[in-house]
Design a protein around this ligand. Structure first.
Ligand SMILES: Nc1nc2c(ncn2[C@@H]2O[C@H](COP(=O)(O)OP(=O)(O)O)[C@@H](O)[C@H]2O)c(=O)[nH]1
Ligand SMILES: [Mg+2]
Length: 228
C-alpha cells in the first residue's frame, strides 16, 4: 500500500456518482478531465463501465471520496444498467450541445433513472443536467432555453461544460458533490474552484502517439494520491 492510501479513506465520506447519456456525448472525457486532467480526441466507446476515484474537499473542509462510474452509452437497453446506478447519490445526465438527438434521448435515460435509481426509504439521487462540448457554441443545436426547461422540470442542477478545455468541470463536480450532501456552495466556494483555462498549441503528432501507446487504458484507474 502506498503512503497515499491513508486510513483516512475509510472514514471519509464516500459518494457514488454515475455518468449517463448517449455514446459520444463526452462522458469518458468528462471523467478523465476531472479525475486525471486528460482529454482524448478520438472516441473509444466505453464497454460496460469504467471507474474513477477522486478525493476532494467540499466547502474547503469536508473530506469526500467521489466514486465516479462512467457507463457505456450502449448500456441504455442493457440488463446491467440497474445494477450500475443502484445506490448512486448523484447522477450526471450528459448530452452534447451540438447533437439534439442526444438531448432528446435524455428522456429515456431519465426514465431508467426513475425506474431503477430510486431506492425506497432513501433520499433520491441528486440529478445534474450536463450540456457538454461548450467549446463548440457555434455548432450548438440545443438552445439554452430547452436545457433550462428540462433542468427545471426534472428538478436538476444545470451545467454547461467542456471536457476539451476543462471549462467548468471542477466547479460542476464540486457543486454536485455539495448538492449530494445537502449543501449549497456560496460564490466564495465557487471562486475557490475556478480553473484557469489556458489555450494550448495543439500537437496532433504527439496526441496520435499518446493514443496509440494506449496510455488511455493503462493509466491507473484509482490514483487517489495523484488527484489532490
Ligand atoms: N469539442 C469537444 N469534443 C469533445 C468534448 N468532450 C468529448 N469530446 C469528443 O467527443 C468524442 C466522444 O467522447 P467520449 O468521452 O469518448 O464520449 P462517451 O462515449 O460519451 O464516453 C471524442 O472524440 C471526444 O474527443 C468536448 O468538451 N468538446
Ligand atoms: Mg465513454
Amino acid at each position: 500500500m502506498s503512503d497515499c492510501d491513508s486510513e483516512d479513506d475509510a472514514t471519509d465520506k464516500q459518494l457514488k456518482i454515475v455518468i449517463l447519456g448517449d455514446s459520444a456525448t463526452g462522458k469518458t472525457n468528462i471523467a478523465t478531465r476531472y479525475a486525471q486532467d486528460q482529454f482524448c480526441r478520438t472516441h473509444k466507446p466505453t464497454v460496460g463501465v469504467d471507474f474513477y476515484l477522486k478525493r476532494i474537499l467540499v466547502k474547503g473542509q469536508i473530506n469526500v471520496v467521489l466514486h465516479i462510474w462512467d457507463l457505456g452509452g450502449q448500456s441504455l437497453g442493457g440488463n446491467m444498467l440497474q445494477n450500475y446506478i443502484y445506490g448512486a447519490q448523484g447522477i450526471l445526465l450528459v448530452y452534447d450541445i451540438t447533437d439534439s438527438l442526444s438531448f432528446d434521448n435524455l428522456y429515456d435515460w431519465l426514465s431508467v433513472v426513475n425506474s431503477h435509481g430510486i431506492q425506497s426509504g432513501k433520499t433520491p439521487p441528486h440529478l445534474a443536467l450536463i450540456g457538454n462540448k461548450a467549446d463548440q457554441l457555434h455548432l450548438r443545436t440545443v438552445s439554452e432555453e430547452r436545457h433550462n426547461k428540462f433542468a427545471n422540470e426534472h428538478d436538476m442542477s444545470s451545467h454547461f461544460l467542456s471536457a476539451k478545455t476543462g471549462e467548468s468541470v471542477l466547479v460542476c463536480f464540486q457543486q454536485v458533490a455539495a448538492e449530494m450532501m445537502g449543501l449549497k456552495l456560496t460564490t466564495a466556494d465557487h471562486e475557490l474552484q475556478q480553473r484557469v483555462v489556458t489555450a494550448q498549441i495543439e500537437n496532433a503528432e504527439s496526441e496520435i502517439q499518446a493514443s496509440s501507446s494506449n496510455t488511455w487504458n493503462t493509466s491507473p484507474r484509482s490514483p487517489i494520491c495523484l488527484l489532490q
